[in-house]
Write a protein that binds this ligand. Sequence first.
Ligand SMILES: Cc1cc2nc3c(=O)[nH]c(=O)nc-3n(C[C@H](O)[C@H](O)[C@H](O)COP(=O)(O)OP(=O)(O)OC[C@H]3O[C@@H](n4cnc5c(N)ncnc54)[C@H](O)[C@@H]3O)c2cc1C
Ligand code: FES
Ligand code: FES
Length: 484
Amino acid sequence: MIQFLLNQELRSEHALDPNLTVLNYLREHVGKSGTKEGCASGDCGACTVVVGELQTDDDGREHIRYRSLNSCLTFVSSLHGKQLISVEDLKHKGELHSVQKAMVECHGSQCGFCTPGFVMSLFALQKNSDAPDHAKAHEALAGNLCRCTGYRPILAAAEQSCCAKQPDQFDAREAETIARLKAIAPTSIGELNSGDKRCLVPLTVADLADLYDAYPQARLLAGGTDLALEVTQFYRTLPVMIYVGNVAEMKRIEHFEDRIEIGAATALSDCYEALNAEYPDFGELLHRFASLQIRNQGTLGGNIGNASPIGDSPPLLIALGAQIVLCKGETRRTLALEDYFIDYRVTARQESEFIEKIIVPRAMAEQRFRAYKVSKRLDDDISAVCAAFNLRVENGVITDARVAFGGMAAIPKRAAHCEAVLLGQPFNNAVVERACTALGEDFTPLSDFRASKEYRLLSAQNLLRKYFIELQTPHIETRVTAYV
Ligand SMILES: Cc1cc2nc3c(=O)[nH]c(=O)nc-3n(C[C@H](O)[C@H](O)[C@H](O)COP(=O)(O)OP(=O)(O)OC[C@H]3O[C@@H](n4cnc5c(N)ncnc54)[C@H](O)[C@@H]3O)c2cc1C
Ligand code: FES
Ligand code: FES
């Protein structure tokens, strides 16, 4: 059985198809059709809902953290122990919620199809803001598309929503909701099943390892932002899933003197603070990774686990010399991330083995790490090329060189020839030009709808030139790269 709050109503479910998305659950099982389906692929935001989770601050204060998610890519089992809020829950005692009033007063809606999704993104923004902030509003709304209104009135609604916000019914009931969430906090393995299909929800790494041993054919479900597409876009059935998002040990970020350890089930938006503090370019890239809804549910482990050649974090992690800890039963092994990727979607992961955590070395003196993402749109777009450069330059000489790319091969890959040219050489224009030529030996990229092979190779070379120029002239800050 799994349990969650549908706003304030306790739902206990056990005989549901585990392939059921929260979107279809709301619309077809509980008759709440305010949440809309636009794309069913995480691109439009029409299906945005807000999920509340109990959190305890460092000072011991308990509160509920509200986050926007795409309900079209969220399976119901991932609600276990949480609170689901949909657009129907915002109106209270006959009065529109302040974010809904702001949309009306700022003329933020025309045909209205996108409006419930925008309203829910605004609600999450308001819950997480103390004052209007244009950048935060842009970030909160970048995953919501509107084809008729135009975004200016909606951004005005965002500003109004965060101006002098008043406590709402959710604030008034916070203590009561916390008590209810504590009462349903999972204490044993949850399960949702229907016929032969099941999704298991372990709480510890040991339980996860046992379950994966017992069900080696199971698909691991983290944020579901890749996995759910198999159901919503390719109409496949996933007969057995194991949801890793309730395994507390895999959602921790721990800082050590020489490394940061990030649990594989940590949401990308939670990775932001730690990685941005250590490597600002990593933070910058995470801001351009999909949309806030996707980053709130997608995980770092899932971004590695899907083994996509165009995943954004692997090239950066490889350039940083990151390692992953793989767990199978009681056995653990640590692998350099670059050795995890073997061929297109083929990895070194063995049967019943899963990624437990990612180990990222701390920044060192003289280390010059930069990352670049080239995509057709600035927000919510997949990379055509993603580049990460990590050179150590001491007294003008390159003493360590790690260069990695996404989008250039069947796997995220180091540029071995390029690195060999750079290593031990002075960091100057002539050496960089030779390294650019060597990139042609490292990669034979493909042409696809994102970019031609010629464009990809030229972009990779130009990004290396850009890196060199930026390090010579540190006042140049043009790292966020897009093309049209
Ligand atoms: C609209 C949209 C935009 C996107 N934009 C980007 C983007 O800009 N950049 C980018 O890189 N990606 C992007 N993605 C892809 C996706 O969001 C990321 O890859 C995300 O990190 C996947 O994480 P997840 O937790 O949702 O993985 P899931 O979908 O849950 O899982 C993905 C795969 O990894 C496996 N897996 C999950 N956890 C583990 C584990 N602990 N050990 C072993 N295997 C595991 C799963 O079994 C599955 O095969 C986008 C996706 C969408 C829908
Ligand atoms: S329906 Fe478009 S993001 Fe979910
Ligand atoms: S109001 Fe019509 S799509 Fe936004």
